[in-house]
Design a protein around this ligand. Structure first.
Ligand SMILES: [Zn+2]
Ligand SMILES: [Zn+2]
Length: 340
């Protein structure tokens, strides 16, 4: 089959790769109907994460079940499915506690690869959610977003305890940040401050529910958030970048007693223990337990109550994956959808 492989930083190629094989009874194989390039794919693409030999790429997917292992009971061939970017068993203590991305049997789909014609899904019963039927074509981008960026933005907003009466600030205007704005709006936040310098992204943030836009960054950004909140800071801050500057900015923009949800994959971030101590901020982050939210998110999408698929501003055939990566790397695209 055809699949995207990162040969070395900056060099993504679509090549002939091995077909997936069911090796344990809990596996399934899906025919991928849509996949995409993620902000986190850019870390190895830019060489920030090491690339040791050719790497299959991608971890987001919507597809049709082609084959299931002997132990799979919840999905069957022919069904349309969405799953999380982390495969999880659904039955261990962490899965049952609502933290499937820390499942004791977890498999990061990035290690399997989904930017390909077919994909192996480990722990199919715990990982996949069957759709009510064949989705209309215009719902596919939104369902694909649920696989990671929507679920991750949603977790950021939940971790930040966005809700009625709250002022929520979102640091980061990539797909996850923009969808954290949408999540905060759905969760009933009173005021949503999006931090963005890019006009098209500001527009999308407003469409998703942002009430204020802040263009300053770093300590200037913190000062502006404080100005907007009577000098106190936001109740809820979602961090969706993962850098030293953005993490510090998020922590400093949160008021004492407030909540910070951080969902940007951290790279070389060091926070001062002393600053953390005196901040009195609740912090929760990590790889989002997307599977926990999937049934609810699919329901909202199926009934057209939310349209997170708007974050895809470039759609290309899988064969042109390299251009999809370049466009995101150069920030010409927010997110690239690939059709195998
Ligand atoms: Zn992703
Ligand atoms: Zn588990």
């Amino acid at each position: 089959m055809r699949g995207a492989v990162l040969q070395s930083p900056g060099d993504v190629r679509v090549d002939e790769i091995a077909d997936p094989q069911i090796t344990t009874g809990t596996d399934a194989i899906i025919r991928v109907t849509a996949t995409c390039v993620c902000g986190s794919d850019l870390w190895p693409y830019r060489g920030v994460e090491p690339v040791e030999g050719p790497m299959p790429m991608g971890h987001e997917y919507v597809g049709v079940v082609e084959q299931v292992g002997s132990a799979v009971t919840s999905v069957e061939p022919g069904q349309y499915v969405v799953g999380s970017f982390v495969a999880s068993c659904g039955s261990c203590e962490f899965c049952r506690a609502g933290y499937p991305s820390s499942c004791v049997h977890r498999v990061f789909m990035a290690q399997v690869g989904t930017q390909s014609e077919r994909a192996l899904i480990p722990h199919a019963d715990g990982t996949l959610v069957a759709l009510p039927g064949e989705p209309d074509a215009d719902l596919i981008p939104s369902l694909l977003a649920a696989s990671d960026v929507l679920g991750t933005g949603w977790f950021g907003a939940v971790a930040a305890e966005a809700g009625p009466g709250k002022t929520v600030a979102v640091v980061g205007d990539g797909a996850v940040g923009l969808l954290a704005v949408l999540a905060a709006q759905q969760l009933g936040a009173q005021r949503i401050i999006a931090m963005s310098r890019h006009e098209p992204r500001q527009r999308l943030a407003r469409e998703f529910g942002a009430t204020d836009i802040v263009t300053e960054r770093g300590d200037d950004g913190v000062a502006t958030i404080k100005d907007l909140t009577g000098g106190l800071g936001a109740h809820s801050v979602v961090e969706a970048v993962g850098t030293q500057e953005s993490m510090q900015q998020a922590l400093r923009a949160t008021r004492p007693g407030g909540h910070m949800g951080f969902v940007g994959v951290n790279h070389d971030v060091a926070l001062s223990g002393e600053e953390l101590f005196f901040s009195q901020v609740h912090v929760l982050g990590g790889p989002a337990p997307v599977r926990r939210f999937l049934p609810e998110l699919i329901e909202l999408i199926w009934h057209r109550e939310i349209n997170p698929g708007k974050v895809f501003d470039l759609t290309l055939p899988l064969e042109q994956a390299a251009e999809g990566y370049r466009a995101m790397d150069e920030r010409r695209a927010i997110k690239t959808l690939l059709t195998p």
